[in-house]
Design a protein around this ligand. Structure first.
Ligand code: NAD
Length: 493
């Protein structure tokens, strides 16, 4: 499948990629994937059978036996080619991303750009971080050598919200280091990765079986982890599933990098430069329609910052132009699915019931040209207490909860004790001292200072703590030590 049929009549079924060939799944268990901007089904997703999953892994295992022997300089050339191919098709990939996820075209370009940044970093890492070490003469005539060896087949399980970037937190590193992979895109947004894989397969010329794709949900993920030839799994998704995946990986003795959900706080001090930073604060909550694991969810104002911030925040948020992401000037797209929209609506009802005050109600928004799209306007709740459900649970949509605090210590208490998550927290302030106190005090993996989405570039690890992350090594450049194992040889000649 290279393109999208903009028709609900007979949407094309996605194929599986195994051993360098695109195969029709024999599965009867198929589900539509949508264009959230229009509400149309654009493809059918076959949930692969256990035999098909097994075949994809076995094919990857077969490919590993020769791929690991390909000199690293040659493997790097394939990754350079991958970069060239993805750059060449960047606009097509961004368009498809918007059609399947709903984010604006500009956001899709960013998603793609972050994927490419990981391709660049994998190339650099191959010649630097993947090198071993030696120590001469540790004892008389004895030398020690350490090398990092590839391990075999890895499964890459992806969430819906960054259909391009998140698979590439792992793909180029695993491949350049000599491993082979089976990627399972989200069943909600599988098309961008499918199309990227088609470009890579057709134009990069990777040996058959190095990159494989299967589709599905829970059963497929479990089969991927349990298979005897799988050496490890990378997972990004919600916390309940993350816990289950981490448990399964442990049970089967597999390596795991497991990123879970989030509940991020954005702190505003009275000394914040709101004139300069309000667009950044608003974008933290409503960029990608609030469906970012680094999105702001709780807006913690300190003291007088509440009165200064709330009216400007609501006004700026309400000014966002909402609609179909491929149309000119759109600043916020729809939710990914009807059920995602319903979840946000439910959170608002519960919050109102628990005593929060609705100061902007996105539930009334209608996009006239696309009545079947999964749209929701921006919502802001004031007078939220840290004990309320909406302040503690992940919402993952365009809803901001404003919580008043008295001091930086109070705000840090909400961050560190309020939710159990630990993905990101950020502060808006003009004080270096407060910024430092915040950086040291916030028990999260990613911290922003006057930055609303503290996304580490590919050449830094993507952090996460508490219920937002299970494991030791993180995504992006940290995966070099995940996708390789250290072997130490002691010589005497
Ligand atoms: P999800 O947990 O529903 O699905 C993630 C993946 O797990 C999908 O591929 C899905 O098919 C699979 N899956 C679903 N149920 C499963 C089960 N019971 N057992 C095994 N696999 C299962 O997540 P989502 O809705 O696609 O993505 C949004 C979530 O991802 C949010 O919670 C968000 O915070 C999180 N996320 C986290 C990060 C991070 O870096 N921490 C980054 C992006 C997204």
């Amino acid at each position: 499948m290279t393109g999208l049929k903009a028709s609900t009549q007979n949407p094309e079924s996605l194929k599986l990629l195994a051993g360098g060939r695109w195969l029709d799944s024999s599965s009867q268990d198929t589900h539509p994937t949508f264009n959230p901007g229009t509400g149309e089904a654009i493809a059918m997703v076959p949930f692969a059978t256990r035999e098909e999953v097994s075949m994809a892994i076995d094919t990857a295992q077969e490919a590993f036996d020769s791929w690991r022997k390909v000199p690293i300089t040659e493997r790097v050339r394939f990754i350079f080619k991958m970069k060239e191919v993805m750059e060449k098709h960047a606009e097509e990939l961004a368009t498809i991303n918007t059609q399947n996820h709903g984010k604006t075209l500009e956001e899709s370009r960013g998603d793609d750009m972050r994927a490419l940044e990981n391709v660049d970093t994998a190339i650099a890492a191959a010649y630097t971080l993947a090198k071993g070490e030696t120590l001469d003469e540790v004892s008389r005539e004895v030398d020690v050598q350490l090398e990092k060896e590839p391990l075999g087949v890895f499964s890459i399980v992806c969430p819906f919200n960054f259909p391009l970037m998140i698979p590439f937190w792992f793909i180029p590193y695993a491949i350049v280091l000599g491993d082979t992979i089976v990627v399972k895109p989200s069943e909600l947004t599988p098309v961008p990765m499918q199309v990227a894989a088609k470009f890579i397969q057709d134009e990069v010329g990777l040996p058959p079986g190095v990159l494989n794709i299967v589709h599905g949900g829970k059963d497929v993920v479990e089969a991927l982890i349990a298979h005897r030839n799988t050496k490890g799994v990378t997972f990004v998704g919600s916390t309940p599933v993350a816990k289950e995946v981490y448990r399964l990986a442990g049970q089967h003795g597999k390596r795991a990098i497991v990123n879970g959900g989030a509940k991020n706080s954005v702190v505003v001090q009275p000394d914040a430069d709101l004139g300069r930073f309000m667009p950044s604060i608003v974008s933290s909550f409503f960029g990608n329609t609030g469906q970012r694991c680094l999105a702001g969810s709780n807006l913690l104002t300190i003291g007088k910052a509440h009165a200064m911030t709330l009216p400007k925040f609501v006004e700026s948020a309400k000014g966002l132009k909402i609609g179909y992401g491929l149309e000119e000037g759109i600043q916020m797209g729809p939710l990914v699915s009807q059920s995602a929209r319903a979840r946000v609506q439910r959170h608002m009802e519960t919050a109102a019931h628990e005593g929060a005050k609705i100061v902007s109600d996105g539930r009334t928004l209608r996009v006239a040209e696309h009545p079947d799209g999964f749209y929701l306007g921006v919502s802001v709740l004031d007078a939220v207490d840290p004990s309320m459900t909406v302040a503690k649970e992940e919402v993952f949509g365009p809803l901001a909860s404003v919580i008043q605090t008295e001091s930086l210590d109070d705000a840090l208490d909400v961050i560190n004790k309020g939710t159990g998550f630990g993905n990101m927290a950020c502060i808006y302030t003009s004080s270096g001292r407060s910024a430092r106190e915040f950086r040291r005090g916030a028990n999260v993996g990613n911290v922003g200072v006057n930055i609303g989405i503290a996304a580490p570039p590919a050449y830094f690890p993507f952090g996460g703590r508490g219920d937002s992350f299970y494991g030791t090594l993180h995504a992006q450049v940290d995966t070099v030590d995940f996708f390789t194992d250290k072997k130490v040889t002691i010589y005497r000649w």
